[in-house]
Design a protein around this ligand. Sequence first.
Ligand code: TNX
Length: 558
Amino acid sequence: MVRVVSAPSPAILPAPVSVRRGAGRPVRLSGAVRIVAPRSLGSEARWLRRILEEGTGWRVEVVDPGDADGRAPTGSAVVLEVAAALRRQSRGRVAGGYRLEVRDGHVRVAGDGPAGVFYGLQTFRQLLPDATLRRASVTTGSGGRPAGAGPVVLEPLVVEDRPRFSWRGAHLDVSRHFMPKTFLLKLVDLLAFHKCNVLHLHLTDDQGWRLPVDRHPLLVEVGAWRRQSSTGHRRERRFDGVPHGGYYTKDDLRELVAFAAERHVTVVPEVDMPGHVVAALAAYPVLGNTHRRLEVGTRWGVYSQVLNLEERTLEFCADIVDELCDLFPSPFVHLGGDECPTTEWARSPKARALMATEGLASVRQLQGWFTKRVAAHVTARGRRVVGWDEILEGPVPDDAVVMSWRGVKGGVEAALAGHDVVMAPEEWLYFDWAYRDDPAEPLAIRGSTPVEKVYSFDPVPPEVPEDRRHHVLGAQCQLWTEYVPTSDRAEYQYFPRLCALAERIWSPSQGASVGDDGVAAYEAFEPRLARHLRRLAALDVNYRPLDGPTPGQSRKWR
Ligand code: TNX
């Protein structure tokens, strides 16, 4: 069977800058395909070979253009290259642009660099039949032997594309519920499929510590496990009586980082401090203000217990930062900084003495003092600090990145003050919220954020003047997991909202953020999304159907 993919409407998601019908003859891909790539694109070529061989059963060979002695490759080929012209065009702009051309037997993917080539290949994947997204070929030959996907014919096509923002991300909280490493790898693959490039891992919180630190082994030995978890809604104060936890080994995290790097995804690690630290205090009570023994948190919400501000606690934090920097090559290190109550410091003679010696007028300023000290250590390690928008209440290094979660106002304020900003406002981008206010939806922290609403979000608020726009690096969704106990549920919460966000952060702006324009844009997006869901099905994603949860996903039999 020959499958013809018609141009020029292949429903690519996120939408490219331009897609048009090309010239020349179509391309026929079948049994044997060559990938022509210079050694500098070896990682992209090998990745393509792996997924093509898996999904099609074809034999795929990677050759160096030099091996062809400068002659154009014969037979059908996928040709990868970094184009000097694209590289020049990208100077001073967001990197990741590419040009994909289907013509005369070849698919040519030219990028402004390796990442651009990789994104071109992600588009190429979306031109192929959905079945090729699977892990093995589903076309069986005679006698039940896999015959590989039949020939695929691609009509001549030209796609020109580049990302709008440099920070295109998703956050995942692995503290409230531990998520297996295999899920993190799957999520990285899915992010890359949607041309996103940041996985923000929230590794520590009151209810579990997931990051191994050799110098302080009890952080995971004690801090990774809790006696039980809150069940039902928080206000019901019910518990399940079932121990929960887990942590990643250093090799698990190295594997994740390397896997992500092959897919042009940066893993940005977060260690939350000086609040959200009950799991650390359970392991090392001396870090606390009362030295009282605590158990790892079992209920959700904000705890009053926070780190003390003694010199040895700062050294402890520096140790964590050191080991974190050794594991994660990310240029960004997230120090949390959200929701830090000051009740313990107000009662602590040591904290009050510190206020006096440092000349601080209020206990609130102690958090800024703390963050400044730890941030200096991050900066000394050559990394940039990221923090939730609360860090704006204190002194922050000039190059610190602010994550605007309490609406967009923190982001606007930060951009005006000259800081780089990542937009993460809860009203649009907290994917722990329900899709709809409907008893059929699984239990969620609150609601509701339908796909249309996510699609209406524009990362640059109108209050940011033209000359400050470059400070908006991009946006990301957050998945806090108090009410998300499994990776299956995580997939449900992310997809398809993440598809909508991916388009808003990759594709050119469509004008107004909310209002009529937004509605019109969503109407154009929805059919493409519906088509895209079949790709997610082939990729085994537990997405939420557009018309509501399936009986298995629902809280209610319908
Ligand atoms: C606020 S957002 C938090 C998290 C919770 C989340 C629940 C932020 C920086 N802190 O600790 O999990 O709300 O939606």
